[in-house]
Design a protein around this ligand. Structure first.
Ligand code: ACO
Length: 337
């Protein structure tokens, strides 16, 4: 279906959500067998106890299709009702074509689709973009999926990174809402490109095409300066949350639920403390999934929604940061239009 050139909507609200995680679990005990680490170190420094890891035949697109299908069903619509698909990922299906093409095929849809790369802040960028296109373009429904297979780019021999990352996907359907209705109220997005070297996969792009030498040097894997990312992440989340809340004329006291990117339990705790948001209003599931990058925020949000945590009218605050370094926050009023 093509969008009408004339119609617009006041606001975009989340009307469906769904998740997909692989069956296979990678526990801290498993990692103790592979690298020089301990369950105690990982739990104390990161809060992670296990992650889900894709098996044979599972890919970023297959997880995305499963999550997207669940979100569409929950929204009470059919795949043909989707007018735009955005897939946020740092681990695409392959370099060409984009992951959204594979996902479209899996869902059996033919609307516009594109991938969005903004590291772990990718879902937030997707939510803001999808909302803007839905409202300005008068679209019926937009499907936004965060999907990752980070296990495929984590160096199994690097104890500083292989313990952190997991695989998974989560999707939301955005639908039109009214001016006073539920939906995305305000947002804040940012990127400090002077920090590209803090978290990167060096080989495989135009700057350093993959060769036998780059593979031998392990440049197909994630490299990270963990401590520096940690410090910047806390600062970025605190600043970004304040910007987004200011724009909505709200304070952290108005926030019913805080859903941060699940990168490290200590980052979440430090950011929530500085913002004055208590632990009982902060959603944390990093213990079971690790860092699933662009999938982490929608995965935590969908789980909380499935548990019945949110009630209509609740203010839900999403915030994250990632490679780039990118960051972003979104303030939502929960509910069905
Ligand atoms: N097990 C045991 N020891 C370890 C491990 C491990 N898995 N990893 C590192 N260590 C050691 C280090 O070698 C170091 O030893 P040394 O003192 O002898 O040199 C010591 O533990 C302390 O290392 P630090 O790096 O200072 O540990 P830190 O407390 O900073 O924790 C961590 C490391 C968990 C990586 C942390 O810095 C972190 O979480 N950073 C943020 C990461 C992040 O959020 N990344 C994702 C961004 S989002 C995206 O877009 C993908």
């Amino acid at each position: 279906m093509a969008a009408s050139a004339l119609s617009t909507h006041a606001r975009a609200a989340i009307t469906g959500w769904g998740t997909a995680v692989p069956e296979q679990r990678l526990t801290n005990a498993d990692l103790e067998q592979r690298v020089d680490t301990t369950d105690e170190w990982i739990v104390e420094r990161t809060g992670i106890r296990e992650r889900r890891i894709v098996g044979d035949g599972e890919t970023t697109a297959s997880l995305a299709v499963e999550a997207g299908t669940a979100a569409i069903k929950q929204a009470g619509i059919t795949p043909e009702d989707i007018n735009l698909l955005i897939v946020a990922t740092a681990t695409p299906e392959q370099p060409i074509p984009h992951t959204g093409a594979f996902v479209s095929d899996g869902l059996g849809i033919h609307c516009g689709s594109f991938d969005l790369g903004a590291g772990c802040a990718g879902f937030l960028y997707g939510l803001v973009t999808g909302s803007a296109l839905l409202t300005s373009g008068g679209l019926g429904h937009v499907l936004i999926i965060g999907a990752e297979t980070l296990s495929r780019i984590a160096n199994p021999k690097d104890r500083g990174t292989c313990i952190l990352f997991g695989d998974g996907a989560a999707a939301v359907v955005l639908s039109p809402s009214t001016e006073d209705g539920p939906g995305l109220l305000t947002w804040d997005l940012g990127c400090d490109g002077s920090a590209t070297g803090l978290l990167e996969v060096q080989a495989g792009g135009s700057r350093l095409p993959a060769t036998a030498e780059t593979i031998a040097a392990g440049q197909q894997f994630i490299k990270m300066q963990g401590q520096e990312v940690f410090k910047r992440a806390v600062r970025a989340v605190v600043e970004s949350v304040k910007n987004a809340l200011d724009r909505a004329d709200l304070t952290t006291a108005d926030v019913d639920w805080f859903i941060p990117h699940q990168a490290n339990a200590r980052i979440i705790e430090a950011a929530a403390n500085r913002l004055g948001i208590p632990a009982e209003r902060t959603v944390v599931n990093i213990d079971r999934y690790g860092n699933t990058s662009a999938a982490s925020i929608p995965l935590a949000m969908a789980e909380a929604a499935d548990c019945g945590k949110f009630k209509d009218g609740d203010i839900v605050l999403l915030s994250g940061f990632g490679a780039g370094m990118t960051w972003g926050s979104a303030v939502l009023r929960w509910g069905t239009p």
